[in-house]
Write a protein that binds this ligand. Sequence first.
Ligand SMILES: [Zn+2]
Length: 363
Amino acid sequence: MTIDPSIGPERARAVFDEELARSGSADLLQALRHRWVARSGSWMAAFMEGVARAAPEQKKALGRGANDLKKHVETALEARETALAAARRPAGAVDITLSGRAPRLGWRHPLSLIRDQVGAIFSRLGYQVLEGPEIEDDYHNFEALNMPADHPARDMQDTLYLAEPLMPATYDAPPRGRAPRGPQPLTLLRTHTSAMQIRQMERQDPPVRLVAVGPVYRRDNLDLTHTPMFHQVEGLVVGRGVTLADLKGTLTSMAAALFGSGQAVRFRPSFFPYTEPSAEVDIRCIRCHGDGCPMCKRTGWLEILGSGMVHPAVFEYVGYDPDEVTGFAFGMGIERVALLKWGVEDIRLFYENDLRFLEQFGR
Ligand SMILES: [Zn+2]
């Protein structure tokens, strides 16, 4: 209804109540407020002008009527605004009628799964699980493992040496053994976790029973089966009367735990500078079960690790008496186990962070 103060406050009040009843939203309510109480052009402004223009004897009655209307309009607007605000959902409110949104859970990396599984197998057998430095000195990585200065594995072609050697302050001289004190002329990224054998034997009297797990580095180009960084697990047991039979029993039970019970294992004579005798260990091909297939190059066997009885020269480096103690050691590539266990054909898949690949192996 257009603004027409001539209808008088009583009739205007009925008009307002009618309009209020139709103003169900905050926007409509705001428009209503503007139309009724704005400083100019509103119903109230028109009434007040009428009061101002009225004859002196009418002013009092008209003024009371206008004031009563104004009070009624403002009280009603305020009450309706409060009610609307109370009914409005607070910002960020949760609509509990919607179905839940499940949090997206991560997956452990397949290499972590193998590493943890191997760690768990050996923890149960009473081994310590160690990590150790990835930046190693030449002595712990090579020399104390019976690889003297002219050993081919020390070649710059195979090993990543640091341009600057580590200063003596960062080199903790071991309590025992022949480790050189003072500056280390050559520092490198460890080429195997075997350096941890030496570090632990320098610190601990026999018996020793440890596995060391972690990344190792070689000068390899990336291809289907090689990466410049990969992961190894290294095992070492030293004590009185430790024999080759203990080594075979341990590795046979590890193969069963990793690849399933009844997993056949064979030992082939081999050579490593830090073990004597040495053996490569194969498992029966998990794809063809020995019949011969492309995965095992038709041999029926898959090579998984190297092992042997600790060379007496290694014991001499760490100050153990080779007449008193014997021991065995083994080293295995985590990637190698993962490739075989899951039939993955390209090692690079483990490093490309493609979730469609990484999510296939369980949590
Ligand atoms: Zn096969």
